[in-house]
Design a protein around this ligand. Sequence first.
Ligand code: NOJ
Ligand code: NOJ
Length: 428
Amino acid sequence: MKLLFLILCLSINVAHANEKFSRATALIHLMDNISPEGASRGAVIASPSRSNPDYYFHWVRDGGIAMHAIANEYALSSRNSRNKNRYFEMLEEYAVFSRLNQITVGSNLGEPKFYVDGRVFDGPWGRPQNDGPALRAITMIHWAQTLIQEGQEDYVRKNLYNFQAPSVIPIDLQFIAQHWSDPCFDLWEEMMGNHFYTRMVQRKALREGAKLALALGDQPSAAFYSQEADKISREMEFFWSKKLGYILSTLDSQADSQFKPNNLDTAVILGVLHGDTGENFSLADDRVLATLLRLESEFKNLYYINDLYKLGTAIGRYPEDRYSGSDFNGGNPWVLTTLAFAEIYYKLASDYALSGKPMIMSRRFREKADGFMKRVLFHANPDQSLSEQIYRESGYMTSAVDLTWNYAALLSAMDAQEKSGIHLNKKK
Ligand code: NOJ
Ligand code: NOJ
């Protein structure tokens, strides 16, 4: 019976296995979740799903990641085009909504999520989650930098980085600079401790923040941000386990960490993708590659669908994960983590090609990246919509539908794919 069911799945899925992902479709899916009808302008829902699981909230983390994709689109689109104006409006509304979020929670900037009308979620939850303000700042700074290049510095000074009144970017940066060493919950909202992912994005926010502060003539703040980022860089070294040969995800765990004894987690790879500053633990750091290889070998044997279809490995959050979206009866591979593997391998392919390393390695990385992309496409719904997880037994999409973060992850993986094509062809 199980076999028959699987053969059926195989034939259904194969029907669209030869297509490619469409960038335009991913962007439309993403934008559908920004200021949806009934929500405040500027709110980004994590997913339209309102039960099993209920993701109809503005998560600071997911919102920051989604709007980073929009800030990229804004930077890429041509002046005065209709699309550019639309992205401007979305970013402006997101900035206003974010500033209201900050006011709502006062000094508790690590509050993880808000109702779509802007009220803070006050039920029991893993809080604080201090990666949120960092991701929000990275996105806002990215947009501010583009605006300055375009000659819109006045707009930035008035709305995003104001010297006279509290404004969205400095409020986050001051919080990060003062509180980065506080323990908090991790990006999966499960463990209290000090996390590699959180530190990586905090450091990046401070580095980018220092550059922006300098550009605007705020030297004292720039010095403060740089000094704290330097401290983070030194502290980061403790995440490397020479003995185990991979980067640890959490240190000083305050909760029961027995459920993740190996401390091996795809969060580390996401940390490199969202927080690379070219310092330690950047893409080019061999310790990242070592961690990647170790993670993949763990996941390869974990999920039935990895045996069944000879595609790139479907990747989960961490091997011991039990969260299925509605219960804790078994974890699945996730779309955004599998896409993270695609993206990082495309980036490694480019990095190796640009730094004159053997071309065979670049090509091999690119092939690997393609495998992860094909894996996700294979399990996607026929309309290329993507839920949070891929059911490990059947390959069908499961948990929250149309997860916003997935589309941001897909767009950045596709951009890395395109760049790697250019870099590898140049070297031929
Ligand atoms: C919901 C969180 O979003 C998810 O990441 C986590 O696994 C469960 N709660 C359990 O804490
Ligand atoms: C659960 C994930 O673990 C967490 O990272 C995310 O922020 C929420 N879902 C919302 O998508």
